[in-house]
Design a protein around this ligand. Structure first.
Ligand code: CDP
Ligand code: CDP
Length: 229
């Protein structure tokens, strides 16, 4: 399968890195967290509890969630409305993590994601891509960074977007979300046995992107030499 799977905790750099890797390799970037975030936003607006698995699954079935555009300009559409910015609100990250605990929700999202990866070369980022969604992916990356570094990055991002949030609150939210994502029963966040772990704490985005692109190119060369025999 012509896919690159990138997993890891919040703020490890997954979406920034995955987007650039996709651009460099001419693949499609798929932000899987956006699906859980969009469903969480819709549930909030509809007054559906993040604990109500059945109602959430129903809400997903009647929702139209689409990723539009390519490269750095991907927009997220929910029932025809552009929610690209709305789903980045800090409270939606926490709500998405609660929505994402439910097996019925995950099964529906995973089926959609697999379908997207069948059609073209993709770089997909999330929590369970290498373990559950695309276990056959050619390259699996597990990105990490210290909680402080990840909270600093997320805090800077939120400040730039105009949110007045305290660093301590961002750190606490991030640590709580990691715990929820790593301890849930269905598809918890964990490194696939065959994933390569990259600690990005002291690495620039370009360094990480370069390392993944080099891995993809080396694999492609190996594939060609086997084919040519
Ligand atoms: O997708 P994920 O939550 O894993 O992280 P992200 O949204 O891609 O990255 C969070 C922030 O950290 C972004 O503003 C990136 O520019 C920044 N970042 C960084 O400073 N250094 C890295 N090596 C990776 C990301
Ligand atoms: O960008 P950030 O890492 O903060 O979050 P995200 O990737 O947008 O994901 C938001 C939440 O959705 C995560 O905390 C997970 O609970 C859930 N998620 C998941 O369970 N599986 C995925 N493949 C992607 C996201």
């Amino acid at each position: 399968m012509r896919a690159i799977a990138i997993d890891g905790p919040a703020g490890a750099g997954k979406s920034t890195v995955a987007r650039r890797v996709a651009e460099r390799l001419g693949a499609k970037y798929i932000d899987t967290g956006a699906f859980y975030r969009a469903l969480a936003l819709k549930a909030r607006e509809a007054g559906v509890s993040a604990d109500d698995e059945e109602a959430l699954a129903r809400l997903w079935a009647e929702s139209e969630i689409a990723l539009e555009g390519a490269g750095g300009a991907v927009r997220i559409r929910l029932d025809g409305r552009d929610v690209t910015e709305a789903i980045r609100r800090p409270e939606i990250g926490a709500a998405a993590s609660r929505v994402a605990r439910h097996p019925a929700v995950r099964a529906a999202v995973v089926a959609r994601l697999r379908h997207l990866a069948e059609r073209e070369a993709v770089v997909m980022d999330g929590r369970d891509i290498g373990t559950v969604v695309l276990p056959e992916a050619r390259i699996k990356i597990f990105l990490t960074a210290s909680p402080e570094a990840r909270a600093r990055r997320r805090h800077a991002e939120l400040a730039a977007a105009g949110y007045a949030v305290r660093f301590e609150d961002v750190l606490a939210e991030l640590v709580a979300r990691d715990r929820q994502d790593m301890t849930r029963e269905t598809a918890p966040l964990r490194k696939a046995p065959d994933a390569i772990e990259i600690d990005t704490t002291d690495k620039s985005i370009e360094e990480v992107v370069g390392a993944i692109v080099a891995l993809a190119e080396a694999q492609h060369q190996a594939f060609l030499s086997v084919e040519g025999r």
